[in-house]
Write a protein that binds this ligand. Structure first.
Ligand code: 13P
Ligand code: SF4
Length: 300
């Protein structure tokens, strides 16, 4: 039996569902039961009937899945797959900001630890951040940890957004000079970038979209050529939804090294040996679930 069939067989035997973020290696995307952006995967994790969720993504995603589905076993095939942005803020830093701005509500990007979620009012992802900020009952928002997503949201609201200094190293590396260069080589191409990009990059793009929104856009647009300003593995999915478009990666090294850690052999081992379980203690999980549930309620 080949490794692909072995994984599928084992997943069926164990009533396991394989979920993969849109930045995963193509073969992982192809074997997954579900692929999606952070919000889509969080929703699926909260509703699945499977006994085991094998999360092919990074640690905070598996952790959020476990918090949203406390009765399921959540596995992350490589425990070292983290998100550097999530480690750029801790609960104490949030408490300091709260003391400084006592009337503000805390909107926390899902790219954060469970501990940070426990001191947050609501969680957001890149696809619902604007909605969440609009719908939360405060005109003053502490937005952590992504300064780029926070300043992107600020463009659309008169609410006061207090930023922290986190960022995604993968998106931060993509500069406006790099975008100018790729645009000069493809002057007729439409440019989509992720809101984790620098503000000046977003300014020069035609649209800033979450990975899930990019997929929806590609499925319905009549554009013929699109420059994609995000992690390059997304192009695998974009090509599947619309084979008529030429997708141009915005840079050669638009790669999140953590998202690339999972391969088919680690996925097989994870299913076989039920490794590595991601679980937070009950008290932290219960507190972190409140703002995550709030996000799901507010993102209708
Ligand atoms: P989305 O897939 O939600 O757009 O998030 C991108 C990302 O960087 C996840 O870590
Ligand atoms: Fe974190 Fe950036 Fe990788 Fe997303 S792409 S997991 S934000 S480092």
């Amino acid at each position: 039996m080949n490794i692909f069939d072995e994984i599928k067989d084992l997943a069926k035997q164990k009533n396991a569902v394989i979920m993969a973020h849109n930045y995963q290696n193509p073969e992982i995307q192809d074997i997954a039961d579900y692929t999606g952006d952070s919000l889509e995967l969080a929703r699926i994790a909260s509703q699945t009937k499977a006994s085991i969720i094998v999360f092919c993504g990074v640690h905070f995603m598996a952790e959020s899945a476990s918090i949203l589905s406390p009765d399921k076993k959540v596995l992350l095939p490589d425990l070292s797959a983290g998100c550097p942005m999530a480690d750029m803020i801790d609960a104490e830093k949030v408490r300091v900001l709260k003391r400084k701005h006592p009337g503000a509500r805390v909107v926390t990007y899902i790219n954060s630890t469970a501990e940070v979620k426990t001191v947050s009012n609501v969680i957001c992802t890149s696809s619902n951040a604007r909605k969440i900020v609009d719908r939360i009952d405060s005109n003053e928002i502490i937005f952590v940890p992504d300064k780029n997503l926070g300043s992107y949201v600020q463009r659309f609201t008169s609410k006061k957004i207090i930023l922290s200094d986190g960022f995604c190293p993968t998106h931060e590396k993509f500069t406006v000079e790099m975008l100018r260069e790729v645009k000069a080589s493809h002057p007729d191409a439409y440019v989509i970038v992720h809101p984790e990009c620098r503000p000046e990059v977003i300014e020069l793009a035609d649209a800033a979209l979450s990975t899930g929104e990019m997929v929806k856009f590609a499925a319905s647009t009549d554009k013929k050529r699109i420059i994609v300003g995000t992690e390059s593995a997304l192009i695998h999915k974009l090509k599947k939804v619309n084979g008529n478009i030429e997708f141009i990666p915005a840079g050669d090294s638009f790669i999140c090294p953590n998202m690339k850690k999972i391969d088919l052999s680690k996925l097989l081992q994870s299913l076989r040996e039920e490794l590595y379980e991601v679980k937070v203690d009950d008290e932290t999980a219960a507190l972190a679930k409140i703002p995550l549930d709030r996000m799901l309620e507010l993102s209708y």
